[in-house]
Each structure stands twice: as C-alpha cells, then as structure tokens.
Design a protein around this ligand. Structure first.
Ligand SMILES: Cc1cc2nc3c(=O)[nH]c(=O)nc-3n(C[C@H](O)[C@H](O)[C@H](O)COP(=O)(O)OP(=O)(O)OC[C@H]3O[C@@H](n4cnc5c(N)ncnc54)[C@H](O)[C@@H]3O)c2cc1C
Length: 109
C-alpha cells in the first residue's frame, strides 16, 4: 500500500481524494492537510447567498472532513503545510494547536 499526501482539500484536493479512494480504495493510504476549516467550498455560490437565493452557506459545500474520512482518508484541517522535502519525500505541517506533522509519502498531489 502506498501513501499519498494531498495538500489542500478544496476542489482539486477533494477530486483527487475521491478519485483515489473510489477507484483504488485498498491500494493507497491517503493523508490530507488543509490550512482551512472547510472542504469543497463553492465560491461561485457566494453570489446566490448574497443575493438571497439560498438562505445560508450550508449548500456551498459538497464534501466534508467526515465524508473523506468515511472513505478512509486521514484528514487534518486547520493544518498548514510549511515545507516539503522532495528529496526525502516528507511533508512537514503545523496545526492551529501547534501540533507538528512529518508525513512521509510515495506520491503527492
Ligand atoms: C467568489 C468566487 C467565485 C467564483 N466563481 C467561480 C465560477 O463561477 N466558476 C469557476 O469556474 N470558478 C469560480 N471561482 C474560482 C474557483 O473557486 C477556483 O478556481 C477553485 O476554488 C480552485 O480550486 P482549487 O482546489 O484548485 O484551489 P483552491 O480553491 O485555491 O484550494 C486550495 C486549498 O489548498 C489549501 N492550502 C493552500 N496552501 C496550503 C498549505 N500550505 N497547507 C495546507 N493547505 C493549503 C487552501 O486552504 C485551500 O483549501 C470562484 C472563486 C471565488 C472566490
């Protein structure tokens, strides 16, 4: 089983995680880091919210930490990747609570 680290879990990151875990769920361990507090934010929906066509921001997300974790990903929110050592293949990240991560990988997206 190879480990894949996904940096950023908005549209590109969510698509990567879904594709990896939907097509080859038992072949890859997926670790996700996002500096933000949410996943899959539809920026284009802001106009609908501001224009009163939808009542709140709830409809502006089509995925979540929970949904990605249910598929088997390890998802770290509010955690910023601070450095990538491409030679040693290690991703370094720090959480809002100052927890530090050193995540080795075989592949990165
Ligand atoms: C108001 C608004 C309206 C828009 N309307 C449209 C539209 O109508 N049509 C359209 O096609 N596009 C629209 N867009 C653009 C669209 O939202 C972007 O093209 C899209 O979000 C890009 O997705 P992405 O996943 O590639 O990157 P991003 O959305 O930029 O996601 C990057 C993710 O990586 C995370 N990240 C970045 N650096 C780090 C780090 N060091 N460590 C950890 N995490 C990190 C960020 O927190 C973020 O979640 C709109 C954007 C906005 C803001």
């Amino acid at each position: 089983m190879s480990k894949i680290v996904v940096i950023g879990a908005n549209h590109a990151g969510t698509a990567a995680v879904n594709t990896i875990l939907d097509t080859a769920p038992d072949q890859h361990q997926v670790v996700v880091f996002d500096a933000n507090s949410n996943i899959s934010f539809l920026g284009c929906g802001m106009a609908l919210w501001i224009g009163g066509q939808i009542s709140g921001p709830e409809g502006l997300f089509y995925s979540s930490q929970k949904l990605l974790q249910q598929k088997g990903a390890m998802v770290h929110m509010l955690t910023t990747v601070t450095k990538i050592d491409f030679d040693r293949k290690i991703v370094y990240a720090e959480g809002g609570d100052h927890t530090r991560y050193e995540e080795p990988y075989e592949n990165s997206f």
